[in-house]
Design a protein around this ligand. Structure first.
Ligand code: NAP
Length: 463
């Protein structure tokens, strides 16, 4: 019997489309085709792979309004953000279309006149990707583009909530001539597809963006076949506002970082740590601006904060807010909801909590919602200790115009991505990824193609 995923609009709870779940046999066949085709795709010359990637990017641009609308319908994010994500997604394709031409090897002086030492790069093979719902386009392209550029074939399983954007991107890739077996999409439940990917001998690499517990299970399950793994996992970003910070900049960048995608991004500022001498001014200006944010259906032009993705996400946010309030946190704004469990829509109004302490759930569990907990510090080492005190190490932010404090913070914060007076640090040309339990490997920049390559060393003797 055909099983279907119901893709719902998180702003209304309505079913937008039903998508067929691929059977185990269909997934096996797709992996087999991807593996077989690898031998052909790796031999397509780098300039042709580059040309195909560029025309894929162009095709996505040509269809960006349509793609953005689909993304808003299935993920809930405001239309402007969806358009921004389409641009962000293509920036990875554009970057790796160029990197395809720069897969350099090297020669190394040998310790003998009769030898040559030559190092070259080759693609790892078929890559299987699993992506989350919060960035259905960009999380896919920042894996697919370097994989295809390196000469790997690629198969992706998108999140059940947001398969439509990914399916559209793959359809456009085929339309411009990227072969169907070079890039494929399959649909299914993560818990069922995961083992099919990790146990398959056809797959040489697993690349995953999603939660830390699922990432850990994929790493474990990849061990038996010794697959390459890249993991972009959860975060719990601290944002430190130092005594000398330009308050208006810090306020605007905190809002930009926190409320994008209704606070459902892995690098959202989750713990705001403010110097005690400036709290009043910072908090006053912050709450004044936050109170003006428009919450609503992402398709409406003036919406700035959309719904949260589903009931599970909503329940977690509400429980974190209630736990903080029960333990003495003060609500400065928000803590208002517009949700209907029957209909299936969940809006959380931007919330700011003060007098938060480190025992509260919100300070150590990843928060995926529009909530800012504020805690205070007096000396900078105290701020660093609070910031580093979780198992996560994805993104951190700090605001200061004092270069000594800035460089000290940079040196002591254990995070893979750091924004200094910058709440939006992601860029295709920069390596993105986490330390500690936030991940393994980097995506973006020159670092982002390396995980799709093997290094091969040739020693020529008897010369
Ligand atoms: P999730 O539950 O881990 O789901 C992400 C993907 O994994 C979905 O495609 C899901 O499929 C699949 N999945 C679920 N269980 C699986 C299993 N047992 N084996 C294999 N795949 C499985 O994460 P989420 O809560 O939806 O997404 C948000 C998380 O992603 C957050 O923790 C966030 O920080 C992280 N994230 C990290 C980055 C980064 O770059 N570091 C970027 C964005 C998001 P189904 O939809 O079928 O369940």
């Amino acid at each position: 019997m055909t099983e279907l995923i119901q893709v719902k609009n998180p702003a209304t709870g309505e079913v937008i489309q039903e998508v067929k779940i691929d059977t185990e046999k269909e997934i096996y066949e797709a992996l087999k085709r991807g593996n077989n085709y690898f031998q052909e795709w790796r031999n397509v010359n780098a300039y042709e792979r580059s040309r195909l990637l560029k025309s894929w990017s162009q095709k996505i641009h040509d269809n960006k309004e349509k793609i953005a609308e689909v993304m808003t319908l299935e993920s809930g994010k405001p239309l402007q953000e969806s358009l921004g994500e389409v641009n962000y997604a293509t920036s990875y394709i554009d970057w790796y279309a160029e990197e395809a031409k720069r897969l350099y090897g090297r020669t190394i002086p040998a310790a003998s006149e009769t030898k040559r030492i030559i190092v070259s790069k080759q693609p790892v093979g078929l890559v299987a990707a699993i992506t989350p719902w919060n960035f259905p386009a960009a999380m896919m392209t920042r894996k697919a583009a370097p994989a295809l550029a390196a000469g790997c074939t690629f198969i992706v399983k998108p999140a059940e909530e947001t398969p439509l954007t990914t399916m559209k991107l793959v359809e456009l890739a085929h339309e411009i001539g990227i072969p169907e077996n070079a890039v494929q999409v399959i649909n299914g439940r993560g818990s069922e597809v995961g083992p099919l990917f990790t146990e398959s001998d056809f797959v040489r690499k697993i690349t995953f963006t999603g939660s830390t517990p699922v990432g850990k299970s994929l790493i474990k399950n990849s061990a038996d076949t010794v697959k390459h793994v890249s993991m972009e996992l959860g975060g719990h970003a601290p944002l430190i506002v130092a005594e000398d910070a330009e308050i208006d900049v810090a306020v605007d960048q905190t809002i930009a970082s926190k409320f994008r995608n209704a606070g459902q991004t892995c690098i959202c500022a989750n713990r705001v740590i403010v110097h005690d001498s400036i709290t009043e001014e910072f908090v006053g200006k912050l709450t004044e601006k936050i109170n003006k944010l428009k919450v609503g259906n992402g398709l409406k032009k003036d919406t700035q904060v959309g719904p949260v993705i589903n009931e599970k996400g909503y329940d977690k946010i509400v429980s974190q807010i209630n736990d903080a309030i029960d333990q003495g946190a003060e609500v400065l704004c928000g803590n208002r909801y517009d949700a209907d469990k029957e209909q299936g829509y969940f809006f959380v109004h931007p919330t700011v909590l003060q007098h938060v302490d480190l025992d509260m759930k919100i300070m150590h569990e990843e928060t995926f919602g529009p909530v800012i907990p504020i805690t205070l510090f007096h000396d900078i080492d105290q701020a660093i200790e609070i910031a580093n005190n979780t198992p996560f190490g994805l993104a951190a932010y700090f605001f200061t115009d004092n270069y000594k404090i800035g460089t000290y913070l940079h040196d002591h914060l254990d995070f893979g991505v750091i924004g200094w007076n910058d709440g939006a640090p992601s860029a295709a040309q920069a390596p993105f990824g986490g330390m500690k339990e936030s991940g393994l490997g980097r995506e973006g920049g020159v670092e982002g193609i390396e995980p799709y390559l093997e290094t091969k060393y040739l020693s020529v003797g008897g010369l």
